[in-house]
Write a protein that binds this ligand. Structure first.
Ligand SMILES: [Zn+2]
Length: 205
């Protein structure tokens, strides 16, 4: 037996959640990060993964990539420090504010979904916070936080749901990633390739 008379140290981002604006709930928070972090992501195998193009398995399978912006935020209602994910549409006013003011830290962000669906558009307003910011917590390191949650492998349940090897083209793709490059799939729809195919057709007449 190995006695451990102290609880284990918490992991670096233990307890910090990545959230989105929920339908039917007005969201209000003070931004604690100086700037917004952003990355292209895929909704792939029932989770969000970063796009790793030019060598990206999700791109290989034809899954569309979408940009998302991330902010470190301190909720005025719950006083919980978390990371907020915004779509490109919702993030536009945040980017504009950051460019105009030089920083996002201390800005008051209000957001709400313009509809009842989880993917309804989000409306964001952002203004300087008119209050005491001396106790505002330090920003969460957004890039390190996202790298940490994105490096977590899919859980085994996802893998168990897969059909047996060799019965599905997706398995072939996964078994041999070097032959399924993003470039290969892109070249199929590339104008140069289409033009070349057309002129070949003409030449045969
Ligand atoms: Zn990708």
């Amino acid at each position: 037996m190995q006695w451990k008379d102290r609880p284990p140290a918490p992991t670096e981002f233990g307890g910090i959640r990545l959230g989105r604006v929920q339908p039917g709930k007005d969201y209000e928070a003070i931004i604690t990060s100086e700037s917004m972090a952003g990355h292209d992501t895929h909704w792939w195998k029932r989770r969000t993964v970063p796009c790793t193009a030019p060598d990206c398995a999700a791109c290989c399978e034809g899954t569309p990539a979408r940009w998302h912006g991330y902010l470190s935020v301190f909720s005025t209602r719950t006083r919980i420090h978390s990371v907020l994910e915004l779509t490109s549409l919702a993030a536009a006013s945040v980017a504009e504010y950051e460019d105009r003011h030089g920083t996002l830290r201390g800005a008051l962000l209000s957001a709400s979904r313009l509809g009842n669906r989880p993917n309804s558009p989000v409306h964001v307003t952002i203004v300087p916070f008119d209050g005491d910011l001396r106790t505002l917590p330090r920003s969460i390191d957004l890039r390190r936080f996202l790298e940490t949650i994105w490096s977590v492998k899919p859980n085994s349940e996802d893998e168990q749901g897969e059909p047996p090897r060799g019965q599905n083209i997706r398995n072939t793709v996964r078994a041999d990633p070097p032959t399924c490059t993003t470039g290969l799939l892109k070249s199929i729809g590339h104008p140069d390739v289409i033009e070349a195919a057309k002129s070949n057709g003409k030449g045969q007449k």
